[in-house]
Design a protein around this ligand. Structure first.
Ligand code: CP
Length: 341
């Protein structure tokens, strides 16, 4: 099929341009499948995917589950509130329980950075063949979200052939709460990896200067950057100046739940300086799209009117693209694996 060689998907810093190409090509093929009939492919028949979400989710969990169903996998949903976590079971013992039931992939979300990586390491040490697919960990990484963002942008710029080359030379503005955003961190690896230049825009408290060097070195534990030449990252504090340059905008949720009380004293001030509306977009190049990973705080990072304007705001496309992207990721992790459990 491809030279895909990832057993787990933890962080997009590990993706080569061939990996991005493979995922987008496959997602494009899955998206093009007819919706009539059962709409299912037998590709993962007899395989077992478990979603272990230790932190809440609407979009990511539902679309992983739909993706697994569309590939005919068996799917099991772990629900923390009704699980044995409350009796003191650890995430590793929870994971091992699903491994013992025969899980091929554990899709893991956790509020603590590093949990999916640690689970992958522990499973390797125990000789288990189960893959870990990171569905968002702490402030670290949210690979499937960044890949569906990449796919949505590639489709916007080239609807006939949304491949990994389409973003080369484009300027993508990421606006808002970069500091608390695992999505932004994954966007930085994927967008620069595909040759886009990224403009980061936000106040000092939510966008420290060091983000301009974010992709200069691979993260600890990763020896090399598989991408030879990445796009550039710049920081522009003024929203208007950032938007003037941009070919597309990704705005981010203000993550109130991850903030200290003093960090952002005034959401009204934030909205006035960084909220995206039809009015603020007037300074932009013509017809640029606005993306948001969701969930949205209407009237804070984006106006309700803009969110509902489907000509400009691509949130619905992002959500629907989440299914073929996640089908591609599950397929790549499972299809090449020996059924040896
Ligand atoms: N974008 C995203 O991760 O949304 P959920 O928290 O609803 O999964």
């Amino acid at each position: 099929m491809t030279n895909w060689n990832h057993k787990h998907i933890i962080d997009l810093s590990e993706f080569s341009i061939e990996d991005f190409t493979t995922v987008l090509e496959l997602a494009n093929r899955f998206k093009a499948l007819p919706k009539s009939g059962s709409g299912k492919l037998p590709a993962l028949q007899g395989r077992f995917v478990a979603t272990l979400f230790f932190e809440p989710s609407t979009r990511t969990r539902s679309s992983f589950e739909l993706a697994a169903k569309k590939l005919s996998a068996d799917i099991q949903t772990f629900s923390p509130s009704s699980s044995s976590l409350s009796k003191g079971e650890t995430p590793l013992d929870t994971a091992l329980t699903y491994v013992a039931m025969g899980a091929d992939v554990l899709v893991v979300r956790h509020s603590a950075t590093g949990v999916p990586k640690q689970l992958a390491k522990s499973l390797e040490e125990l000789g288990k063949n189960t893959s870990i697919l990171n569905a968002g960990d702490g402030l670290h990484s949210h690979p499937s979200q960044a890949l569906l963002d990449l796919f949505t942008l590639a489709q916007f710029f080239n609807s006939k052939n949304p491949n990994s080359q389409v973003l080369k030379g484009k300027k993508i503005a990421i606006v808002g709460d970069i500091l608390h955003s695992r999505v932004a961190r994954s966007n930085l690896w994927s967008l620069t990896g595909c040759g886009a230049d990224v403009i980061l825009c936000g106040p000092q408290s939510l966008l420290p200067e060091e983000f301009s060097k974010f992709v200069d070195n691979p993260p600890p534990g990763q020896k090399i950057d598989p991408i030879n030449k990445r796009g550039k990252i710049s920081i522009i504090r003024s929203l208007k100046s950032a938007l003037r340059e941009a070919d597309a905008v990704i705005t981010l949720r203000i993550q109130k739940e991850r903030m200290n009380e003093n960090l952002l004293t005034n959401l009204v001030t934030y909205n006035r300086e960084y909220g995206i509306t039809h009015e603020t977009l007037k300074c932009c190049k013509k017809d640029i799209p606005v993306l948001h990973p969701g969930p949205v705080n209407r009237g804070i990072e984006m106006s309700g009117e803009l969110l509902d304007d489907k000509k400009v705001c691509l949130v619905d496309h992002q959500v629907s693209n989440g299914i073929p992207i996640r089908m591609a990721l599950l397929y790549l992790l499972v299809a090449g694996k020996q059924n040896d459990r």
